[in-house]
Ligand binder design. Sequence first.
Ligand code: HEC
Length: 142
Amino acid sequence: MRQLFGGCMPLFLMFLAACTGGPSSQEAIATTAGKDSEGKMSAPAALSEVAQKGKNIFNMNCSQCHQMNKADLIGPGLSGVRQKYSEEWLRKFILNSQALIASGDAQAKAVYEKYNKVLMPGFNFKEEELVQLLAYLKEGAE
Ligand code: HEC
């Protein structure tokens, strides 16, 4: 890397600012970091390290169907699920909601019926990942 990028070669003239950049470019980075897509300042996410990892898992596996607020997407918004369900239930549902529904669990059947019998895929999370995800479901709720 040093050989490639070292010394701001002419090839990298475009990035000269980034290479030589003093306080001004640092500042630019710092001031854009806390803004959302509309350029408004957003509240800093005060997630614990564990929950932050859970957020990454959520973004990769759940966000296409769920939001961390009360609004429905394909599935229900997930804020409040840590209050609504036991941890035990959430673990089972996330790993294999189908099995939980088939077992006759009343809560699982109710949410399945309510969301037009769309089945949620099962996930093969490791214990560590489940812990992280559950932490995010708790801390990340809007
Ligand atoms: C392909 C879409 C899809 C994906 C991906 C998905 N879900 Fe779901 N989820 C649903 C649907 C639809 C429901 C409604 C109930 C059902 O399907 O049985 C649901 C229900 C839930 C519920 C119950 C919510 C309530 O208010 O009762 C929880 C909790 C949940 N999902 C968590 C997750 C988590 C965590 C992930 C990621 C690891 C995830 N889901 C990924 C579609 C999805």
